[in-house]
Design a protein around this ligand. Structure first.
Ligand SMILES: [Zn+2]
Length: 349
C-alpha cells in the first residue's frame, strides 16, 4: 500500500460521502441513512443506501459497497491510486511521498534493465534446478499434470529449491546487489542482514510481459503444508500484479475468439497445451479480493483486447461461490468495454 494510514484517513475524513455521491445520484433521507437509485445497476426502487455514520455505502440490489475511495473507483473507472489522488485534490489534502509497506520512503530506484536482467538470471536458475536431482519432486508434479517437455521449455517452468538462500547466493555470484535482488522481490534481508530467498520449494512460473521479458514469477507450492498455494512477485518497478496476466504474451495472438481466464499458471498452461492458445490466468489471487483491496481489475486487459472473456474458476475459499462469480460478472458489465464476460465453473488444481 503506497499511502500511509493517516493520509488515507485524512482524505476520507475531508470528503463527505453523502455530498460526493449526491453529485451522481439524488439521495433521500431515510432515518439516519440516505437512499437512492443505484448508480451501478439499473433499478426503479431505491436499494442503494449511504450510511453517514460509517461513511460507507451499500447496494442491497447488486452488492456494490465500500467507502469514498471505492465509490470513485467504481463510478469513474479509476484505479485505486488515481481515486485517492482525485479525492485528495478535491479536499485539498497535499499528496504525500510514496512509501513502502513499512512507512519508509521508497529506496532509490533500481534501473529497469537490471530488474529484467536479475529476473532472467533467476528464471535460468530455476529452470536448471528443475532439471537437477533437487527438482525430482517438482518434475513428478509436472508429470502428474501431464506437462510435456516442450511445454516446460516453452513456459520456462522451473523449481525454487527448498534451501534458504540458493538463489540469492547464485545472483550475488553473478554480480547482482542486495538492492537489485530485493527490488525484484526475489530475496529479502533477514534479521542478521544476510539475504534469503522469497521463493522456496515451489514450482516456478516466469511471467513475461508482452515484449517477452521476464518481469515476475508465480510460485506454486509443492508441499500441502505450505499455507500459501501461490506466492507471486509483489509490485516492482517492472511489474504491476493487477495489470499483468499470466500467459497473455502467448495468448495475445489467439485472442480473436476471446480469452479464457483460469485460476493459476498451471491451469492456464494445461489449457494452452490442450490447444486453447487463448488461455490466460490471474496470478493466484481472487479477482474479487483484488477489488476489495482496491486494486485493478484483472479484466483490465479487456480494454486492450476487447474480446469475450470466459472465466474458468473453481469454487474455492477465495472465490467462494457461483453467486460471487455472477456478481463479478455483473460488475464487469457496468462498463461497456467489459461486456460479454461469462462465468464458467470448472475444476482447478
Ligand atoms: Zn446496485
Amino acid at each position: 500500500m503506497a499511502f500511509s494510514k493517516p493520509f488515507l484517513e485524512e482524505v476520507k475524513r475531508r470528503n463527505n460521502l453523502t455530498d460526493l455521491i449526491s453529485r451522481f445520484v439524488p439521495l433521500k433521507r431515510a432515518g439516519s441513512n440516505m437512499v437512492g437509485c443505484c448508480p451501478f445497476h439499473s433499478e426503479k426502487t431505491p436499494s442503494f443506501t449511504v450510511f453517514p455514520a460509517t461513511e460507507s455505502y451499500y447496494c442491497f440490489g447488486c452488492g456494490a459497497g465500500g467507502d469514498a475511495i471505492t465509490f470513485v473507483m467504481q463510478s469513474e473507472g479509476l484505479e485505486y491510486r488515481e481515486a485517492v489522488e482525485q479525492l485528495a485534490k478535491l479536499a485539498g489534502v497535499p499528496l504525500e511521498e510514496e512509501q513502502n509497506d513499512r512507512g519508509r520512503p521508497l529506496a532509490p530506484a533500481v534501473k529497469k534493465d537490471r530488474l529484467f536482467a536479475v529476473n532472467k538470471a533467476a528464471a535460468r536458475f530455476f529452470y536448471a534446478k528443475l532439471q537437477s536431482p533437487e527438482g525430482e519432486y517438482a518434475r513428478a508434479y509436472l508429470q502428474k499434470r501431464r506437462f510435456s517437455d516442450t511445454t516446460v521449455k516453452r513456459f520456462g517452468i522451473g523449481y525454487a529449491p527448498a534451501g534458504w538462500d540458493g538463489l540469492c547466493k547464485h545472483l550475488h555470484a553473478q554480480g547482482f546487489t542486495d538492492l537489485e535482488i530485493s527490488t525484484a522481490f526475489l530475496g529479502r534481508a533477514g534479521k542478521n542482514g544476510s539475504m534469503f530467498d522469497l521463493f522456496r520449494n515451489r514450482l516456478m512460473f516466469p511471467i513475461f510481459d508482452l515484449t517477452g521479458e521476464v518481469v515476475a514469477f508465480s510460485g506454486r507450492r509443492l508441499s500441502e503444508d505450505d499455507e500459501r498455494k501461490y506466492v507471486n512477485t509483489s509490485d516492482t518497478p517492472v511489474f504491476k500484479k493487477s495489470r499483468v496476466l499470466f500467459g497473455l504474451n502467448f495468448a495475445k495472438n489467439d485472442a480473436q475468439d476471446g480469452l479464457i481466464l483460469c485460476e493459476g499458471a498451471p491451469d492456464c498452461i494445461a489449457m494452452q497445451q490442450a490447444g486453447f492458445g487463448n488461455a490466460i490466468a490471474t496470478l493466484g489471487t481472487a479477482i474479487t479480493g483484488e477489488h476489495a483491496h482496491g486494486h485493478d481489475d484483472p479484466c483490465h486487459h479487456h480494454r486492450l483486447f476487447r474480446p469475450q472473456l470466459y472465466l474458468c474458476y473453481q469454487d474455492s475459499p477465495r472465490f467462494p461461490s457461483h453467486q460471487e462469480g455472477l456478481r463479478y460478472r455483473q460488475r464487469l458489465r457496468r462498463t461497456p468495454a467489459r461486456q460479454g464476460c461469462h462465468h464458467q465453473q470448472g475444476r482447478s488444481a
